[in-house]
Design a protein around this ligand. Structure first.
Ligand SMILES: [Zn+2]
Length: 277
């Protein structure tokens, strides 16, 4: 009964303005796929099946590409001469390009807005330098014939200066945060990214972030089966931009966001402790 009401309300709001208004969670849930750490030296054997999955189901993921990778952890395979052509091809087929930091060098410790990781590439760096790096990253991606539409922070580590830099360099969107709808904060629109593996949800917009470099075979099988069962609920960055009317989060969603972030932090702390044992 309750779910039917929510659905009717969502439909009414959508039909009134043609877009999902703030305060309404889409129902059924929508899923957005995001692939992180893409660069010419990423792990090829693990990436190719994911690329095949995208084309098999006509998915339109966010491709978070490192513009100028200098992170040794991302040097997993010999440099692929076809990498940039492949990204252009996937973008032409409907994927959205995101700039994933600049060089992915997460070498300093810094406080940041999300607080999931202690090491950062961007957070804690001066606004001037962050702006320079955002601009350089975009220039590199555009130089390869790509059209980056949003920004993704390495290790979720960004601060208010990062948001300012992203905005002044002409991008209006980041992919991060723990609410269940896109929202505005710090002068940009946040498209939340809350999951690192598929999970069935009843309502809201959920971004599933996949790190292909470290993805195990069992995890791939899990993702494939989830996609094949829920293919119709997968959306794209372009659709999210067209369908949602983001504003400030209302109180209940802000509370939800805090709670969700607290849960993720607690889970990560536990995993870290288990590894240290
Ligand atoms: Zn990364």
């Amino acid at each position: 009964m309750h779910s039917a009401t929510t659905r009717v309300r969502a439909l009414q709001l959508r039909s009134r303005e043609g877009r999902v208004q703030m305060g309404t969670l889409p129902k059924p849930a929508q899923y957005l796929l995001r692939f992180d750490d893409l660069c010419p030296t990423m792990e090829q054997q693990r990436w190719q099946p994911l690329r095949a999955l995208v084309s098999e189901f006509g998915l339109r993921p966010i491709l978070a590409v490192i513009p100028d990778n200098m992170d040794p952890e991302m040097k997993c395979s010999p440099s692929d001469p076809e990498f940039w052509a492949q990204m252009r091809e996937m973008e032409a087929a409907g994927a959205t390009i995101a700039a994933h930091g600049f060089q992915h060098r997460c070498e300093h410790r810094s406080e940041n807005l999300i607080g999931l990781h202690r090491r950062a590439e961007f957070a804690g760096v001066s606004l001037e330098l962050q702006s320079e790096w955002v601009a350089a990253g975009l220039r590199i991606l555009r130089g390869h014939g790509l059209t980056p539409k949003l920004w993704v922070a390495p290790r979720h580590a960004f601060d208010m200066n990062t948001l300012r830099a992203v905005r002044t360099e002409g991008l209006g969107y980041i992919s991060d945060g723990f609410a269940r709808v896109p929202f505005n904060r710090g002068g940009v629109t946040w498209i939340p990214q809350q999951l690192w593996s598929p999970a069935r949800k009843s309502k809201g917009l959920w971004t599933i972030c996949i790190h292909s470099n470290t993805m195990r075979k069992t995890r791939f099988a899990e993702l494939r089966s989830f996609v094949s069962r829920n293919a119709a609920q997968f959306t794209s960055f372009d659709r999210v931009v067209a369908e949602f009317e983001p504003g400030e989060l209302d109180l209940s969603e802000r509370i939800y966001e805090r709670f969700a972030l607290w849960q993720v932090r607690r889970r990560r702390k536990r995993t870290r402790r288990r590894r240290q044992r």
